[in-house]
Design a binder for this molecule. Structure first.
Ligand code: OOG
Ligand code: MG
Length: 261
């Protein structure tokens, strides 16, 4: 396992890439023995650096929770990260391409909790009972690794490619939906480019929060009440360029849009 100085140096390298919109080679090229604890220690150090500068953490995310995403990235386990205040883009807002490296957009179901969730043993029923509401979300991921080429531990260290997110549309009470059959259409410049339903995420998107709570539970942490959680891309992520407009339409829950300039 890595010593503290190495964890700090790797966190600084990855966060500098994020803040300066530069890419880097995946860290397992230099540290092939990197373990899961090392990877989350680097992510935690990036979070600590941000908090030290006065940044607030405003949510959590699960990633690689759908087969489409796992296939796209060639990996097979969900991973977890955090969302910082400046990641949040208002509904209909714009994102400057020059601030990012090579962004991609994912359609996701966002959950907002009204009670804490703590593992082990957290399950879909507990997640639904603790969910205040759900809403449509676009996640903008931007791996700091060259050409989005990474392995699971490298991506965890890089806060799971987290970059920006937009929530909007309507809010829905979880009891009123079968989240498995909740349909989504992702449009790019008015053309539908990706389609799916909630079941693409681990059979049921609430399972992403259950796994997150169980993972946090191992470290004595929980998903607090009032937390925004992105449950993971339902379809493959879609690449974007300056001038693109992306809209997510979610069955019964309206739409959420973002543009790139
Ligand atoms: C890792 C992040 C994946 C999702 O929703 O699956 C993710 C990546 O693909 O860069 O956010
Ligand atoms: Mg995502």
């Amino acid at each position: 396992s890595l010593d503290i100085a190495t964890v700090e140096a790797l966190a600084e390298r990855l966060e500098d890439c994020e803040l300066q919109a530069r890419d880097t080679l995946k860290i397992t090229d230099d540290y092939p023995e990197l373990g899961w604890e090392d990877a989350y220690a680097i992510q935690d150090e990036i979070r600590r650096r941000k908090i030290d500068r006065g940044v607030r953490i405003v949510g959590l995310k699960a990633g690689l929770t759908s087969h489409a995403k796992m296939r796209q990235m060639g990996v097979n386990t969900p991973v977890f990260g955090f969302l910082a205040d400046y990641f949040s883009v208002p509904e209909g807002g714009g994102i400057a391409m020059r601030e990012l490296i090579h962004p991609k957009v994912e359609p996701e179901i966002a959950f907002v909790t009204k009670a804490a969730l703590r593992g082990p043993g957290c399950h879909i029923g507990a997640v639904l009972a603790a969910t205040d509401f759900i809403m449509p979300a676009l996640e903008i991921i931007d791996s700091r690794y060259r050409d989005f080429k990474f392995d699971l531990k490298s991506v965890v260290a890089d806060n799971c490619s987290s970059s920006r997110f937009v929530v909007g549309g309507r809010i829905g009470a979880p009891a009123r939906f079968d989240l498995r059959t909740l349909g989504v259409v992702l449009e790019k410049n008015g053309t539908p480019v990706a389609f799916g339903a909630g079941a693409a995420v681990l059979g049921h998107p609430a399972q992403a929060l259950a796994m997150l709570a169980n993972e946090l539970g191992k470290r004595g942490e929980e998903i607090p009440a009032g937390t925004l959680v992105l449950s993971g891309g339902i379809t493959e992520a879609v690449s974007v360029q300056a001038g693109d407009n992306l809209t997510l339409r979610m069955q019964s829950l309206g739409s959420v849009s973002v543009r790139f300039y």
